[in-house]
Each structure stands twice: as C-alpha cells, then as structure tokens.
Design a protein around this ligand. Structure first.
Ligand code: G6P
Length: 367
C-alpha cells in the first residue's frame, strides 16, 4: 500500500496533488485544436443546440458539482437548469420538459440512487449525459452519452480529484453550448479555453503553499463547529468545503448562503466560532464582507478565502487565504483546493483515519 501512495502519507493527499494532471487530462480529452469537441462521445452540436432545459443530478460531492454547474450554465447559456439530489429526484415524480438533457454526475458510476435517477429520466423520454470516472460502470453504460473524466482511480473515500474533473467537464459543456447558441463568440471561446488551460498551473501554485493551511488547521483542529459562507458560486464552494471538513474530521460543519445567515445560523455564533467566508465573485464581494462583519461582531474567528488583489479582506479576516485570479466561472476549481487541504490537515492533526472515515463508503451501491 505504501508504494501505491507514491510517497504520500495518505491517498487523499496524493489525490489532492494529482489534481493538476487530472484536470489537464480531462480538458485535453475534449479539445480538438482550439475547439471543444464532443463528437467522439456522440454528443453532436445539434443536440446541444436543441436543449431547452438541463437537469443535473448526483449525490454528495457530485451534487455540489451540479450546483456550481447551474450557476455557470445558466449564466453562459441562458438555458434554465434544475439540479437535484439523486435520492430526491427518483421519488418526486419529476416533470421533464421536452428537449431536456439530464446530466448524471458520478465518480464511481455505480451509486444506486444516481443509477435509479438515470433510469427514471430515460423512462420519461429524456436524453442522458453521464459524467463518469470509472470506465464501463453502470452509469457509463446506460447513459446515451458518456463524458468520461480522467481523474484515474480514486481511493480515498472523500473525493478530491474526481470532483475537480467533474467541474471542468461541466465548464466544457457550458462553453460549447453557449458557443453553438451564439452566446459566446469563437474568439471569446478560445480565450476561455486558454484560461481553462491555466487552471492546472494555478492549482499547483495553491498546493505549493500548503504549509500555511497546515499550520492553520493544527490551530483549529479542536473546533466543535465550523461555518462556511458564500453567495452564488461561492455558496456551492462552501457546501463542498463544509462536506470535506465534516466527513473526514468529524467536526460539525454547515455551509450557508451568506444572505440566509440572519434567518437562523447567526444565533449559533459565539466567541471564537470558526467561520470561513468565501469571496471569489467580485460582484458579490461587498455583500459577503458585510456578512463577515456581522459574524465577527458576534465573536467569530474569521478565515477569508478570496483572490489575490482583494487585500481589504484583511480588515476583517483573522486569517486570509488567496487563490490566483481566473475567469469567475472557473473560481470553484481554485477555491476548493485550500478547503480540501484544510479538511485533510484537520483530520491528520486529530489522528483520524483520513482515507477511510467512519460510517462512510467510497461507493454507495445500496439504497
Ligand atoms: C460517497 C462518496 C462521495 C461521493 C458520493 C457520490 O458518499 O464518499 O465522495 O461524492 O458517494 O459518489 P459517486 O461515485 O456517485 O460520485
């Protein structure tokens, strides 16, 4: 097993470090020259041009990808997007309008609820696009189109690299759809592709600075509660950051849409409660800062996660983490990295079984 871990202490840390390559491989698989091309998976431009609604479905982290994808797809393609947790979708008799594309996201391709959601969508006559990591898995086989992610085998129960590849797969779908529908010019699409291709380097840059996160994690390893706040895409990042924390460190953690704070969660803030504010979206920056001021005045200890340049975060944050700038649609891919590291190092500081957290399974093949 030590050999398989390639010199890393845990699979999770190894897989976190494999993200630049996993992201690069996944992007590269669907580029022909400087064009996004899905013809090899049979997903023709006409199909993308006729979509009237997207439904994106998954469980756990795959659902968090769906949530990020909703913000990106709606903004870029102007097509309505519904998202659902697979176990909810399958039992709520969903209405699928004509020309729907149902996207099922799954690392393993074997999650029972996601597979049932896929079958229901097909029964209702929708076309299904599977975003799957494991080749030949049930979801890959039963989808009308299968867009493989190229994360390679993921061993750690808490997903990192598969999540990152699912995100870029969804960016590619959004970009190509927007281009075909005339909402993204060929020139702007090429610029976006070029920016997408910088993500692996930018992820690497964040990884190179991991000691700072490790230091912070050891300071906060005994926290009882943690809160993650953000708006828009930053809310989607909050959900995944919070899930990483709770699943491997056993710290109670909640993610909140920052504007909802005043409707309940703020009553839980006490002296020294750790609150992580996520602020990658410049149009929402001031709004989320105001929520951070609110929790700080109630005693919270604040970690601010934002992009280089937003140094005014330090007026309020007790600890600040910066990620490189990118197209705002791609921000999730960078901001999640410090949060994966935070969850990982808290778990290590507590001496827990990082790769195999209690009560959890890598692939949930029974209901
Ligand atoms: C489990 C894993 C998660 C994963 C979820 C969905 O809960 O621990 O990391 O996000 O299942 O799995 P899938 O294989 O469908 O992506």
């Amino acid at each position: 097993e030590a050999a398989e871990k390639g010199g890393y202490e845990h699979f999770m840390l190894k897989e976190i470090h494999e993200q630049p390559k996993a992201v690069q491989d996944t992007i590269g698989a669907y580029l022909k020259g400087n064009q996004i091309d899905f013809s090899e998976i049979g997903l023709e431009d006409e199909e993308l041009a006729s979509i009237e609604r997207f439904y994106i479905i998954g469980c756990g982290s795959a659902y968090h990808v769906a949530m990020a994808a909703k913000y990106v797809l709606e903004d870029m393609t102007q097509i309505p997007v519904e998202i659902d947790i697979a176990s909810e979708f399958r039992y709520r008799n969903p209405i699928l309008v004509k020309n729907s594309l149902v996207v099922i996201i799954s690392q393993s391709g074997e999650t029972a609820d996601s597979l049932a959601a896929l079958r229901l969508a097909k029964e209702k006559g929708a076309a299904v696009l599977g975003i799957v990591n494991v080749v030949g898995s049930s979801i890959a086989r039963e989808s009308d189109y299968t867009l493989y992610t190229y994360a390679g085998p993921e061993i750690s129960v808490a997903t990192t690299k598969a999540y990152s590849t699912q995100l870029v797969a969804m960016y590619l779908v959004a970009m190509r759809t927007a281009q075909i529908r005339g909402l993204l010019s060929d020139e702007d699409c090429e610029k976006m592709i070029a920016e997408l291709q910088t993500l692996p380097k930018k992820i690497q840059k964040i990884l190179d600075d991991k000691e700072r996160i490790q230091w912070f994690a050891s300071k906060y390893a005994n926290a009882k509660d943690m809160f993650f706040l953000g708006r828009g895409l930053d809310y989607a990042i909050s959900l995944e950051g919070s899930l990483k924390m709770k699943e491997i460190s056993y710290i109670h953690s909640e993610a909140y849409a920052a504007g909802e704070l005043k409707h309940g969660t703020i009553s839980l803030i006490e002296d020294n409660t750790l609150v992580v504010g996520i602020l990658t979206q410049s149009n929402l920056y001031e709004k989320t800062v105001s929520n951070m001021v609110e929790v700080k005045s109630r005693g919270a200890y604040l970690m601010g996660l934002t992009t280089y340049g937003n140094y005014s975060i330090e007026d309020n944050a007790d600890f600040s983490v910066y990620v490189p700038k990118t197209d705002p649609h791609f921000a999730t891919s960078l901001a999640i990295i410090p949060l994966q590291l935070l969850g990982y190092y808290v778990s290590v500081a507590k001496g827990l079984d990082v790769d195999k957290p209690r009560n959890l399974a890598k692939s949930v093949t029974v209901e």
